[in-house]
Write a protein that binds this ligand. Structure first.
Ligand SMILES: [Zn+2]
Length: 264
């Protein structure tokens, strides 16, 4: 009797799931990029976003917090900083061709891991009906910022639950229908399984990051520019290009009770 190997079965399963890592953005017309703070999307995947919007893919940001804690300057109040960061993010997003930004305005450093926050993300998914959701990988080793870990987990849970009509059922009463997303992508990941060559847009990406002047003062930028180039080279080396962004795509089915989810 022929025994099917796990590898063979997995390959077959991925075919059935239409999980194709050769181009996960292939059929995407609209992508929802979830960020904990108003600069994470551009830092994590600004090059990828630029390339998507150039092809006509609609990109919408969902920013979870107001960024009001991101300063060493005692003279700037949280409220002032939140306003400054909103303007910076709008300018930066325009440079990448992002259609619009949705703000949930949780207080920076205090993004709650609770059902209300998750349901707020579910509501946005049901409103926007994206083909793909991208969020920070909550399992990035040594990630110390709680907003990043929480944002990744909330985003995953929202993708898992947005197709279930009984979850946040009140959405039905305001005309929002359950929405299924078969594929989720992570940025800020140490386990990338898809790479985007961003060599030709790297300088634009850096300019779009630098627009966040409240975050990247001259002395900060002295360290951050080489840091960002090193990150892009880390991913780039894996596919033999100068600069790349690394993402991790997972089928929705593997976000639950799957012992081999790490292997893809
Ligand atoms: Zn952040």
């Amino acid at each position: 009797m022929m025994v099917l190997s796990f590898e063979g079965s997995l390959e077959k399963l991925l075919t059935i799931l239409e999980f194709d890592l050769s181009n996960p953005f292939k059929d995407a017309e609209k992508v929802l990029c979830i960020e904990p703070h108003p600069d994470d999307c551009v830092i994590g995947m600004g090059g990828t976003i630029k390339k998507l919007t150039e092809r006509g893919v609609k990109v919408v940001y969902l920013c979870l917090t107001d960024g009001s804690m991101g300063t060493y300057d005692e003279s700037v109040s949280p409220h002032e900083l939140a306003l400054i960061r909103r303007r910076e993010e709008e300018k930066s997003a325009r440079m990448l061709g992002v259609e619009r930004i949705i703000w949930l305005d949780y207080r920076d450093t205090e993004l709650p891991y609770n059902i209300e926050a998750r349901n707020n993300i579910i509501k946005v998914i049901r409103q926007e009906k994206p083909d793909l959701v991208l969020a920070p990988d909550p399992w990035l080793p040594y990630e110390a910022h709680p907003d990043h870990v929480t944002a990744g987990k909330l985003a995953l849970e929202a993708v898992l639950f947005s197709p279930l009509p009984n979850v946040a059922r009140s959405d039905l009463h305001i005309g929002l229908e359950p929405h299924r997303i078969d594929l989720i992508g992570f940025y800020y990941t140490a386990k990338p399984n898809y790479f985007v060559d961003i060599t030709d847009v790297m300088e634009l990406k850096l300019r779009a990051i630098r627009v966040h002047r409240s975050q990247f003062t001259d002395d900060v930028w002295e360290k951050w520019e080489p840091f960002l180039r090193t990150v892009a080279e880390f991913y780039g080396e894996k596919i033999g290009v100068r600069y790349a962004e690394g993402l991790r795509f997972m089928p929705e089915l593997f976000l639950h009770i799957t012992p081999f989810a790490e292997l893809i």
